[in-house]
Design a protein around this ligand. Structure first.
Ligand SMILES: [Cu+2]
Length: 177
């Protein structure tokens, strides 16, 4: 109990300092979720557990811009503040008709990618999707995406918890995010 009270105190202290000084870290604290422009949720069946225990967040999401109909890839950071390990099972991005979760591995100097199973985000830990590793394989784009714009992405975990974030369309030659 003492520890909890202390954390709250520290949090309040931090908030005051935050208000008094100017620094631009808001983005990492609060991912923007209001993107009315292309908000088309194909899945209206949101599990009611999802909003109650929000221990999984996704940030820093970006998508490599490639000319249609070339498949592209998406990268992001998943954080798990919960007490249990989490498993990512699905990702939906309305602008792509086919989205799958892939893993690039290196076997004897040969790069190879395959469907990723058991994508584990450890309790209290994080997992980064990045070039050369885990990535979202984005196929069958249904519209042209402009560099600098954002699209909505909805992540589903094994617990049926969901996380929603926005992904920035970045130039094809982007190295890492
Ligand atoms: Cu792939």
């Amino acid at each position: 109990m003492k520890k909890v009270a202390l954390s709250i105190l520290m949090f309040c202290g931090a908030s005051v300092a935050h208000a008094a000084t100017v620094h631009g870290e808001h983005a990492t604290l609060m991912p923007a979720q209001d993107q009315p422009k292309t908000a088309q949720h194909p899945n209206t069946n949101h599990g009611n557990k999802a909003s109650v225990f929000n221990t999984l967040t996704v940030s820093n999401c970006w998508i490599r811009s490639l000319p249609r109909p070339t498949p592209s890839a998406g990268y992001f950071l998943i954080k798990n503040t919960g007490a249990n390990d989490a498993k990512l099972t699905n990702l939906t991005i309305g602008e792509f008709d086919q989205v799958s979760l892939h893993q690039t591995t290196n076997e004897g100097g040969k790069s190879k990618m395959s469907i990723a199973h058991d994508i584990l985000i450890p309790a209290g830990g994080e997992l980064k999707f990045k070039p050369g590793s885990y990535h979202a394989m984005l196929e069958k784009p249904n519209q042209t995406l402009t560099v600098g714009t954002h699209v909505n992405a909805e992540f589903t975990f094994e617990s049926s918890q969901k996380a929603i974030t926005t992904c920035e369309i970045k130039p094809a030659n982007t190295v890492a995010g």
